[in-house]
Write a protein that binds this ligand. Sequence first.
Ligand code: S3P
Length: 172
Amino acid sequence: MRIFLVGYMGCGKSSLGRELSDRLGISFIDLDRFIETRYQKTIIEIFKEFGEKGFREKERICLQEVSSFENVVIAVGGGAPCFYDNMEKMKENGSCFFLDVGEKELVSRLKKSKQERPLLDGKSSDEIMSFVMGMMKKRRPYYENAQYLIKGNDIKIEDLLLRVKKIVNDDM
Ligand code: S3P
């Protein structure tokens, strides 16, 4: 079993992914943390040193690597599905879930954690709002290409778990 969680920054991929893996008794990988360990640099340092293009290349390489792991939930960074053929590869290699949290809710969460995110750092609240709105418009078609969609401003682990279990059972 290989499950990919995709969606915009702040949609809860990492926290839901960790809980989901616990409940399923399988491993969890946060792709950003995997990249940081692989290159011994934080995401912020990678952006500063190599620019976004350099980060996307590293993200792609690491995504390919983790896509061969068995029995794992993988939370990928918000931009990963929108570059190269990453989304197609994730769908080929597993079940891809789009966690569709509303833009306004995302903005309020992201205002609290902008320092950890190079794309938002230094932006005012209004700038974050227009950045997220604009970016979601561009990214939504990529995310919607996922096989499964879970929508809501407060996605519950039980809902995600039920959907995953149904898929696993249908596949058997
Ligand atoms: C990014 C999202 C981040 C991280 C990087 C770029 C993006 O991950 O990969 O800062 O382009 O949306 P999270 O979605 O886990 O915050």
